[in-house]
Design a protein around this ligand. Structure first.
Ligand SMILES: *[C@@H]1O[C@H](CO)[C@@H](O)[C@H](O)[C@H]1NC(C)=O
Length: 263
């Protein structure tokens, strides 16, 4: 109760709220104030320019001090994840616009698997290429996700078989989300019921494949560390020319028999 009332009391003074609360009560205040301004008010001294000056000075002083103390290594106190606006990419995107997307064949993409320390590290998922150079220790040689580098391993992302499934052929992966046929268990249903059941299971399994892939596509798309840079170029109809692949052993192992509902 006590907390409640203090929160309410503080509401009318949004300028002093911490940032996250401020967002909940968007800028109504300044707008109202604006409506009251007449020409005379414009001559009145406003502290904002000075405040901005001081802040700019502090930021520059901080950067300078960091630069000196780190012996020229870092402007930002060695921060690993600099705020967005402190990265060169951020300003480059604003000033010059984002780079046009690059288009690589799988063979070309393979040249960016991190083995050459002079080149960036790229990976693709479901046809979209990301620059993962910021995670070179993970995606480069010896890193735990090295299998994803220099290829499109959409299948591996779904099955979890990083090494076996370095390809983007998702056909058949829905099997991993489908129950195993087992004559003894399945005798519980008539042949017709079973057929309908299988159709349902297949639909649900396809949804799960999509969901699993989407999870990772979103992960890379929303990452601040990695950058979407382009697309894999493929021959039209490439998938039809690929031989069907077997579900990898680990994914196959996770499959269970159907469960007979308890009555
Ligand atoms: C993968 O790519 C295909 C073809 O571009 C697209 O239809 C599908 O929605 C994509 N899947 C995900 C999860 O993004």
């Amino acid at each position: 109760m006590a907390d409640d009332s203090t929160v309410r009391q503080r509401k009318p003074a949004p300028a002093e709220e911490p940032e996250d609360l401020q967002e909940e009560t968007p800028v109504q205040k300044p707008k109202k104030r604006r409506a009251n301004i007449d020409d005379d008010d414009l001559d009145v001294y406003t502290p904002w320019v000075d405040i901005l000056r001081v802040l700019t000075f502090l930021l520059m002083a901080s950067c300078g001090l960091s630069y000196v103390i780190s012996g020229g290594e870092s402007w930002f106190w060695g921060m690993k994840h600099k705020p967005n606006y402190m990265t060169a990419d951020y300003w480059k995107d604003i000033i010059k616009g984002p780079d046009p997307p690059i288009y690589l064949t799988l063979d070309e993409l393979a040249g960016y698997d991190g083995t050459d320390p002079e080149k960036p590290v790229y990976m693709s998922i479901n046809g979209t290429i990301f620059d993962v150079s910021n995670g070179r220790h993970i995606y480069g040689p010896g890193g735990s996700y090295h299998a994803f580098a220099g290829c499109d391993a959409a299948r591996g992302f779904v099955t979890g078989c990083f090494v076996d499934d370095r390809n983007a052929d998702l056909r058949g992966t829905e099997l991993m989300f489908m129950p195993l046929d087992d004559p003894e268990t399945d005798a519980h249903w008539t042949e017709k019921e079973l057929e309908a059941k299988r159709a349902q299971e297949l639909e649900a399994a396809k949804q799960r494949v999509h969901g699993a892939l989407l999870h990772w596509v979103k992960f890379y798309s929303n990452s601040k560390k990695y950058k979407k840079i382009g697309y894999v170029v493929r021959e039209e109809g490439w998938l039809d020319k690929e031989p069907l692949k077997e579900l990898c052993a680990a994914a196959q192992k996770g499959r269970k028999k159907r469960v007979v509902p308890e009555v």
